[in-house]
Design a protein around this ligand. Structure first.
Ligand code: GTQ
Length: 348
C-alpha cells in the first residue's frame, strides 16, 4: 500500500526524503503561502503615554545615556515580537533624554525620523547640521547619515522615533557603525536645510538631488500650524482621514523617506470617519485631543501623546466626539507597498 507501482518509493518515506533534502511539496502549503487575503500578524494595538511616562522617568534616572546609547522604550506589536516591529516593516519607540546628556553619534542603513513630543532645548546633529527640536517638529535622519543628540535645555525631552529597521532586517541590508567621537563636527549652519527647502515651491537651484530622501532636516510645527490655519474650515478633507497633509520631499513631491510616508491630520470636532482598509501598515501618534478608532471591529480610545497601530488590511474608522477636535501624526510603509504594486484599498 502507498507504494508507487512505478518508482517503488514508499509515500511516507518520500516526504521524509524531501525534507532531508530541504525540498518541500507545494501542494501541502498552497493555502499558507498564498492566503486569500493578508493574515493579520501585527495586531491592532494601543499604547498609553500616561502609562509609559513614569517608566521613562524611571529609566532616565536608573540608566545612564552612556550605558544605553539611546534611552528608548520600543513599542513592540504582540504579534511581531520576533522582529521587534510595531507593525509590518516599521518600528516606533519613545526616547527620553535629560539635560546635559549626549547620545553617541552613530549611523545605520535604516531610515529614521523623530516626532518631538515634550520639552525644548535639545538638538540632533544629522550629516553635519544641527537641527533644533520643539514639540510637533518632524526631524529626518535618512539612512547612513551620522546622527547624535544633545540636550542643553531644562527638563526631560521626549520624542517618538520611527524607523524602517524591520524591513531593512528582513531584506538583510542592515549596516551599523559607531562614530569615532561622541559627537560629530558641524559642517553647515544650524537648521540650514529647513530654511533652504521648506518653502517647497522655491527650491534652491545650486544643489543636486543626492538621495532618495528629502533634504529637509526638520519640518517645524509652526509650518504645520500655518498650513492648517490657511486651510481652516474651507476644505472637508478626506472622509476617512480628515484634513490629512503629507510631508513631502521638495525634489519629488513624494514621501520624505523612501520607505516611510509621514502625514499629519486634523480631525474636526464631531468627526465621524468613513471606514476603510488598505495594505499600507500605519502607526499613529496623538499630537493633541482625544477620540477613538474602531479597528477591525475593536474600539481603541486614545488621547494626547498615545500611539496606536492599524495593520495592513485592517479596517479603521476614526471618531472624535469632543468639541476640541484632534490632531494625529501618522506614518506608514505606503511608499514600499506602492512601489511594488501591492497597494489596495477598499472603502467599507
Ligand atoms: O535615536 O538614533 O529608537 O538609532 C532606534 C535606533 C532611536 C536614534 C531608536 C536609533 C535611534
Amino acid at each position: 500500500m502507498n507504494q508507487s507501482p512505478r518508482s517503488g518509493v514508499n509515500a511516507h518515506t518520500a516526504y521524509q526524503q524531501l525534507d532531508a533534502m530541504s525540498v518541500g511539496p507545494l501542494w501541502r502549503h498552497l493555502g499558507d503561502l498564498f492566503p486569500a487575503q493578508p493574515p493579520l500578524r501585527a495586531i491592532p494595538f494601543h499604547w498609553s503615554y500616561e502609562q509609559l511616562r513614569p517608566l521613562m522617568e524611571h529609566f532616565a534616572t536608573a540608566l545612564s545615556i552612556e550605558e544605553a546609547q539611546r534611552r528608548v522604550l520600543m513599542l513592540i506589536n504582540p504579534g511581531m515580537q520576533d522582529t521587534s516591529a510595531t507593525v509590518t516593516g516599521l518600528y516606533a519607540g519613545i526616547q527620553i533624554i535629560l539635560p546635559g546628556e549626549q547620545a553617541q553619534a552613530h549611523r545605520h542603513s535604516s531610515n529614521a525620523f523623530r516626532y518631538i513630543i515634550e520639552g525644548s532645548g535639545a538638538y540632533t546633529t544629522v550629516a553635519g547640521e544641527r537641527v533644533h527640536m520643539s514639540p510637533g517638529d518632524l526631524l529626518l535622519t535618512p539612512g547612513w547619515d551620522w546622527h547624535d543628540h544633545f540636550h542643553q535645555g531644562d527638563g526631560p525631552m521626549t520624542w517618538l522615533d520611527g524607523l524602517d529597521f524591520p524591513l531593512v532586517n528582513l531584506l538583510d541590508t542592515a549596516f551599523f557603525e559607531l562614530h569615532p567621537e561622541t559627537a560629530q563636527k558641524t559642517t553647515i549652519a544650524d537648521d540650514l536645510s529647513s530654511r533652504q527647502y521648506i518653502h517647497g515651491r522655491l527650491n534652491p537651484t545650486w544643489t543636486q538631488r543626492a538621495t532618495l530622501s528629502s533634504p529637509i532636516g526638520k519640518y517645524p510645527w509652526a509650518e504645520t500650524e500655518r498650513a492648517f490655519a490657511a486651510i481652516a474650515d474651507h476644505a472637508t478633507g478626506s472622509e476617512v482621514d480628515g484634513i490629512s497633509l503629507e510631508y513631502t520631499n521638495p525634489w519629488t513631491g513624494g514621501p520624505v523617506l523612501p520607505t516611510i510616508s509621514c502625514r499629519v491630520q486634523r480631525l474636526i470636532p464631531g468627526f465621524l470617519g468613513t471606514a476603510r482598509r488598505h495594505t499600507a501598515a500605519t502607526i499613529l501618534h496623538v499630537v493633541r485631543g482625544e477620540g477613538r478608532t474602531v479597528i477591525n471591529g475593536e474600539e481603541f480610545a486614545w488621547k494626547d501623546k498615545d500611539v496606536f497601530v492599524v495593520p495592513s488590511w485592517a479596517s479603521y474608522q476614526h471618531i472624535v466626539d469632543s468639541s476640541a477636535g484632534a490632531v494625529l501624526f501618522a506614518y506608514s510603509n505606503e511608499p514600499v507597498v506602492k512601489a511594488l504594486g501591492l497597494y489596495r484599498e477598499e472603502l467599507l
